[in-house]
Design a protein around this ligand. Structure first.
Ligand code: GDP
Ligand code: IMO
Ligand code: MG
Length: 430
């Protein structure tokens, strides 16, 4: 039995979906522990391409897939995902389970997400607009609605009758919007969802812990990335959940002593969607090159991703915050054509001070201190053996690993399952 956590080490979109799909071959159960349909996890195999937002990517391999209690679920978006899976004959009825205590994204959460962003003008976070922040806000304020609250119509109505007047007051007096939410309408809509989802609901902590007790291999699929974590990310430009590996314990009801391996997914360069600090961002042609070669457009919103060089300071912090046991490096093929490749090893602030950690409040004007590496300038996507990788690429990986303080276990040279090289199998299911 092994419990493996997959976590993004940067600002999301590192290729978690691809790696989860790859590793699911050896897993018995895959679970999401935080986030919602703000995530977009791309999986490509044969001629097919899937983007999963909430359902664990493991479902594409017909493995038991669990949406844990720490996630926030938009029922309408989930039904759309069901439709997508039907087209490839994946049985959600057979393979999907949803925590009965997962919180729901309500119609007012989506509306507030957009209105709050508009109200912030230039200071906006650049959210995905899916209602994630407002749903987690209500969860922590103890004003959330969970799947289990849908069971009894009188209970649901009672809760909404307390909550909705406050929401409507905000709409009318703060946002000056004519839109008002109706308890009757929401009760009807969400009771309908209950009927559609009731057979999927379970005590997900019990289910996952039973799998662990039965010596099954369990994979936890992180969403977003370490620097979007609400506690340890570039606050306030973060998402509203604990994206880091520690989130598994609260978000799936699994004790920390059960986790064996934590694999950090590292893009060979850096990207970010939305606002916030990004020390190695490239606003020049090189940024455009990475965006084009890496097809760096959001899997959820289609927004162009901001692109920049690999930042070893950031990933070293991710190694510490997540207790990473190894790294999976993705998108190395995107760098194939480059003569030289840079990586940041520190930052210098305007007063000349050197920083080897990303400070909690990022100072504008910090410039990265770069190291330059020779590129390999040859195609890599058809390479299947570690020993066949170009020497310059291996040097680049070794330097990354040395700077961030964790070994490399997996190398990804393309979006498909077979474009993956395992360099250290002992770091995975063993
Ligand atoms: P996630 O959110 O971490 O799952 O990542 P996304 O799916 O949002 O974005 C990663 C993108 O890179 C997807 O389009 C993947 O198909 C693609 N991808 C993943 N690994 C590789 C790789 O090694 N090389 C290339 N070229 N593309 C990759
Ligand atoms: P995956 O799992 C990249 C970003 C948004 C925004 C911030 C807050 O595909 O890596 P939110 O809607 O969560 O309130 O937005 O977080 N963001 C992501 N960026 N990948 C993601 O998920 C993201 N999920 C949220 O762009 O900056
Ligand atoms: Mg993504």
């Amino acid at each position: 039995m092994t419990c493996v956590v997959i976590v993004g080490t940067q600002w999301g979109d590192e290729g978690k979906g691809k790696l989860v799909d790859f590793l699911t071959e050896g897993a018995d159960l895959v679970a999401r522990y935080q986030g919602g349909n703000n995530a977009g996890h791309t999986v490509k195999f044969e001629d097919q391409s899937f983007i999963l937002h909430l359902i664990p990517s493991g479902i594409l391999r017909n493995k038991m897939s669990v949406i844990g209690n720490g996630t926030v679920v938009d029922p309408e978006a989930l039904l759309q995902e069901f439709e997508g899976l039907q087209t490839v004959d994946i049985s959600v009825e057979k393979y999907l389970k949803i925590s009965e205590t997962a919180h729901l994204i309500m119609p007012y959460h989506r509306v507030f997400d957009k209105l709050r962003e508009q109200a912030q003008g230039d200071n906006k976070i650049g959210t995905t607009g899916r209602g994630i922040g407002p749903a987690y806000t209500d969860k922590v304020a103890r004003s959330g609605i969970r799947f289990t609250d849908l069971k009894n119509p009188a209970h649901l109505r009672n809760r909404l009758e307390t909550l909705i007047p406050e929401k409507n007051c905000l709409m009318k007096y703060f946002f000056q919007s004519p839109v008002q939410f109706s308890v009757d309408q929401i009760v009807e809509e969400y009771r309908g969802y209950y009927e559609q989802f009731k057979s999927f609901l379970c005590d997900s902590s019990l289910l996952i812990n039973q799998a662990i007790d039965n010596n099954q291999n369990v994979l936890f699929e992180g969403a977003q990335g370490t620097f979007l974590d609400v506690d340890h990310g570039t606050y306030p430009f973060v998402t509203s959940s604990n994206t880091m590996a520690g989130g598994v314990c609260a978000g799936c009801g699994v004790g920390p002593s059960k986790i064996d391996k934590v694999i950090g997914i590292v893009k060979a360069y850096t990207t970010r969607v939305g606002s916030g600090p990004f020390p190695t961002e490239l606003l020049d042609d090189m940024g455009g090159f990475l965006r084009k070669e890496g097809s760096e457009f959001g899997a959820t919103t289609g927004r162009p991703r901001r692109c920049g060089w690999f930042d070893a300071v950031l990933v070293r912090q991710a190694v510490r915050l997540n207790g990473l046991t190894s790294l999976a490096i993705t998108k190395l093929d995107v760098l194939d054509k480059l003569e030289t490749i840079k990586m940041a090893v520190g930052y210098q602030s305007a007063d000349g001070k050197t920083h080897t950690e990303l400070p909690p409040i990022y100072e504008e004007g910090m410039t990265p201190i770069y190291e330059e590496h020779s590129g390999w300038q040859c195609p890599t996507k058809d390479i299947t053996e570690y020993d066949d990788l170009p020497k310059a690429l291996i040097d680049y990986l070794n330097r990354m690993s040395e700077l961030v303080g964790a070994p490399v276990s997996i190398i990804s040279v393309g979006p498909k399952r077979e474009e993956t090289i395992v360099s250290d199998p002992d770091q995975i299911w063993a």
